[in-house]
Design a protein around this ligand. Structure first.
Ligand code: MTE
Ligand code: MO
Length: 253
């Protein structure tokens, strides 16, 4: 996420241009009718493209899982930058993450916080999936954690919930998932990678792993989940921090 333009944005612009303004307007109206306009799909240069991508994915691919791989296909992990120098993160790291908590609130019957140790006592899920960065590189790793759907059930997420907002302890990084991705069995709160504790550089102690979307949605240093029916009231109302920098809220692959 360092450059203002990416291959994907280029593709999206191209798609929008080919579809033509009239076709796009019709597509946007159709998406609206099905409740498939993403939070960043109402205004801005890329809004029509964002709406087309999201609506098409939701209508066509449903709950299709991200591809899973065998142990032999695990590749060398690629950390997307140097270790964070964020003061709060560094302090937690120096304390061995002893006081790290995952806070869950919003539209839930039983708001609560989990320590990493508590999360480790819950039923665990393992997946070998590919992390794909929008800049063109990727790697395959095994991730272990707790299904987000299990956590949502534990805290009693209410039926009117439409999105789960998730926040990093690192400044700037937050996003949200729609119900379909939040409840998808491959969406996990990961605490392990390749058979070991999730290393700090890869988001340890906790990161959300969303293999059905591009890497920038797999937010590191996860510390808060908020269940909501109105994602507009978070940040600038675009569903994530990424659209403020030209990257779509929905990054399905
Ligand atoms: N908190 C936080 N989460 C983050 C990032 C980051 O810099 N900070 N980078 C994102 C991007 S753009 C990608 S591609 C992946 C990279 O994960 P990796 O370091 O495991 O390759 O993490 C995502 N989550
Ligand atoms: Mo990325």
């Amino acid at each position: 996420m360092s450059q203002p333009t990416s291959r994907r944005n280029w593709l999206r612009t191209g798609l929008a241009a080919t579809a033509g303004a009239a076709g796009l307007a019709a597509a946007a109206r159709l998406a609206d009718r099905y409740g498939l306009v993403p939070p960043d799909g109402r205004s801005g240069l890329y809004a029509p493209g964002a709406t087309l991508t999201y609506a098409a994915h939701r209508l066509l691919s449903g709950d299709a899982p991200a591809r899973e791989f065998s142990r032999g296909q695990i590749s060398t992990p690629h950390q997307n930058g140097p270790d964070s120098k964020d003061e709060t993160l560094v302090r937690h790291r120096n304390e061995g993450f002893a006081s790290w908590q995952l806070e869950i609130g919003g539209l839930v019957a039983r708001p609560r916080s989990f320590t990493v140790a508590e999360l480790r006592t819950l039923p665990s899920a393992t997946q070998i999936t590919q992390l794909v960065c929008e800049e063109g590189w990727s790697y395959i790793a095994e991730w272990q954690g707790v299904k987000l759907s299990d956590l949502l059930q534990l805290v009693g997420a209410r039926p009117e919930a439409r999105h789960v907002v998730y926040e990093s302890m690192e400044k700037f990084w937050w996003s949200s998932l729609d119900r379909q991705d939040a409840l998808h069995p491959q969406t996990i709160v990961a605490y392990g990678m390749n058979g070991r504790e999730l290393p700090f550089g890869f988001g340890g102690p906790l990161r959300l792993r969303v293999p059905r979307q591009l890497g920038y949605q797999s937010i590191k240093y996860l510390h808060r989940l908020t269940v909501t029916d109105n994602v507009k009231s978070f940040g600038k109302g675009l569903g994530a921090s990424s659209p403020e920098f030209g990257y779509a809220w929905y990054a399905g692959i």
